[in-house]
Design a protein around this ligand. Structure first.
Ligand SMILES: NC(=O)c1ccc[n+]([C@@H]2O[C@H](COP(=O)([O-])OP(=O)(O)OC[C@H]3O[C@@H](n4cnc5c(N)ncnc54)[C@H](O)[C@@H]3O)[C@@H](O)[C@H]2O)c1
Length: 335
């Protein structure tokens, strides 16, 4: 049985709490939040202890792992603190705001020997998983062009950090990162990025279209937006034109990605000479799958092969280069 602490009792913490609760090999022992009423409410709902500072929690507990659900600009500080206490970490995406902060975290992780995984949940998401399996088994062939999109209404619920250019950086850092990560997973190392984007009233680029080239010659375009008007469902799209197949996936939820009560999702596969295949991806909770995988890494004492550290760094390099490209309107070569 692994004892788990969640740090940050905001929106995404509930998905992680539900994943822990559904797993017979894990126990949610505490929540930490500087907002005492949020911590208390969470502790009552999920039947665990609560603390109002991470430092206080470490004075009382030695959990097997911490799940970092803090605003993005705080990830570096608290991942390093966990590493110093030799506590394994599942850290929400995006791993951090800058390449330097990400490198600092990864250095601390390496020195401490803890198991560290970034919660890139799309790698566990029904539909995306099947497409990755098709690519790996050679059923897609070479990709001519991939298009990955993620659009929603503004996701602000008192979380002022999200669209602060230094603390959350809006749709590019928060939404685009999912697709840039998935495209890195699917197509390999990124060579160049170019971003066309407009800032909105928050000062962040909240609607971005990025073109990516990969070192193996494959190409992709990704879109991320917080600019949709009220009522627009959280929508993810993935379309791939490849030498052996064309695939098209869509997922339309409610207000946010976790609002899955009335989802509309479908995967279509088109191949020469046969009828198109229409698949309803098997619906399971991807946060639960992601947690099960993290737990298996703890049990086997091995770093996550599905979400490797070097790819986490590649993705933050690409996302930061996309923000820079939006600013200077130039193609950026990833170093
Ligand atoms: N994987 C996904 O689908 C997904 C979805 C949403 C958010 N996220 C990511 O999860 C992270 C958190 O996002 P959120 O929407 O839950 O944020 P949020 O603003 O809803 O919650 C953050 C919580 O952290 C608390 N907090 C702030 N500073 C703290 C500190 N020093 N110590 C303890 N608690 C502190 C706040 O009081 C707040 O309750 C972000 O990195 C975000 O990008 C991922």
């Amino acid at each position: 049985m692994k004892n788990i602490v969640i740090i940050g009792a905001g929106m995404i913490s509930k998905s992680h709490a539900a994943a822990i609760k559904s797993n017979p090999n894990a126990k949610l022992c505490a929540i930490v939040d500087i907002n005492e009423s949020a911590a208390k409410k969470f502790a009552i709902e999920y039947e665990c202890d609560y603390f109002t500072s991470v430092e206080d929690m470490f004075e009382s507990l030695k959990p097997d792992a911490a799940i970092i659900c803090l605003p993005t600009f705080l990830h570096e500080k608290y991942v390093i603190l966990c590493a110093q206490h030799k506590v394994n970490v599942l850290c929400e995406k995006p791993v951090e705001m800058t390449v330097e902060a990400t490198e600092n975290m990864l250095d601390a992780v390496k020195k401490s020997g803890i198991i560290f995984m970034v919660a890139q949940v799309v790698r566990f998401w029904p539909g995306y998983v099947e497409i990755k399996e098709m690519a790996d088994s050679g059923q897609l062939g070479d990709i001519y062009m991939a298009y990955a999109s993620r659009c929603s209404v503004m996701q602000i619920w008192g979380n002022t950090w999200l669209c602060d250019p230094e603390k959350g950086a809006g749709a590019i850092q928060d939404m685009h990162v999912h697709d840039i990560d998935y495209l890195r997973y699917l197509c390999g190392e990124i060579d160049t990025v170019y971003c066309l984007a407009n800032k909105d009233y928050t000062g962040c680029y909240n609607h971005a279209m990025s073109s990516l080239t990969f070192k193996n010659g494959q190409k992709a375009v990704a879109e991320a937006a917080f600019t949709m008007k009220e009522g627009y469902p959280f929508t993810m799209l993935l379309k791939i034109a490849a030498t052996k197949a064309t695939v098209e996936f869509h997922y339309r939820a409610g207000y946010s990605i976790g609002d899955r009560d009335e989802i509309d999702t479908e995967l279509r596969i088109y191949r020469e000479g046969i009828q198109p295949e229409i698949i309803k991806p098997k619906q399971y909770d991807p946060y639960t799958k992601q947690f099960e995988y993290f737990l298996s890494c703890l049990e086997n004492n091995e770093q996550p092969k599905i979400v490797p550290h070097e790819q986490n760094l590649d993705v933050i390099k690409a996302v930061c280069a996309i923000r820079e490209s939006a600013e200077i309107n130039k193609v950026i070569v990833i170093k």
